[in-house]
Design a protein around this ligand. Sequence first.
Ligand code: CTP
Length: 399
Amino acid sequence: MPGGVNGKTILLIVGGGIAAFKALELVRELRRAGARVLPVLTENGARFVTPLSLSALAGDKVRTSLWDLEDEAAMGHIQLSRAADLIVVCPATADLMARAAAGQANDLATTLLLATDTPVLMVPAMNVRMWLHPATQRNLATLRGDGVTVMTPDEGEMACGEFGPGRLPDVPAIMAAIAAQFGDKPLTGRHALVTAGPTFEPIDPVRFIGNHSSGKQSFAIAGALAAAGARVTLVAGPVHLPTPAGVIRIDVMTALQMQAACEAALPADIAVMVAAVADWRAEAAAQKLKKDGSAPPPLALTENPDILAGIGHHARRPTLVVGFAAETNDMLAHAAAKRVKKGADWIVANNVSDGVFGSDANHVHLVTASGVEDWGAQPKADIATTLAARIAAQFSGPT
Ligand code: CTP
């Protein structure tokens, strides 16, 4: 998908925050994708990355000050913002967002933002309380109202030790958002159904059978498909993750609810069934089960429907059906068998014996009718963008 960036000029404003070092990685990826990068470093940004490292990676001079006389004589800052096809602010700090929302022009970065009608993409990163503060949320709404695209920060453990939304999104997700700014949306007009997370099967009003699925991989896939232009319906079991931009989310608890929500979401062009559906459900007791000192209560289990197999053999089967396979042994053989049995076109196989649940990385193989591809160990966000690009390639041509 980053193909849309090729030949474009990106003015990159690097704000001051611990995430600023990731801007260096972004510069590298942008240049690899064929973009020209004009870097601007705020005064605070320069406390986290050096102008030298930024200019070396960008292959261009770093602008830091409005009072750079040489540039100012040539109206440098006006020309600078107009030379760009897109302005990216990464990381966008709470302070930078506040000043941009207020229309201030008290440094080079904010002057550039005010003096331009070039599209702007902000990639926020800040402490969770700063992000959730009503002032920041107000500024966010103002910026979005002004036409600025502001990415939703990731949720997770932060450099400051707190947990919650505020982390800089992964570089592949930023690259996908940048590509989307250039209209690189090959899945426009397509509807994708994605299942996510675990299901919880109640055994009484307070207990349930569940599993460790975090939903991270499926949410990343839903976001990548939406960034590629698809209309995405995300049927999510109980997980605490922010809904990716542009995704319609339907929250469910049990396998039967997930199945009904998938059925209701048809027709779809694409189905990516990532959920770790509980294989069995119990007859839930109406009241809390009590210990009585003797044998534990028997649990009568019933097998849940296989949602992927139902979609794979459906009368209104989506054109492309993708399943996942979580295996601890004989991974590729099991995945190939599941592909045929469940009526899927592709199976993304992963080995879950080594701590993949909840982690940000995974090592997957893509199993198709024509063979197996080893995608190596990658961040889940990269797997999502690669999979979305592969799916897009299947749907090239008009809708
Ligand atoms: N799946 C589903 N509904 C189920 C069980 C699984 O839709 N009731 C889907 C998953 O979303 C995934 C694929 O089937 O895309 C494979 O899931 P996995 O847990 O690996 O396999 P199972 O079918 O549960 O087989 P087993 O546990 O025996 O390996």
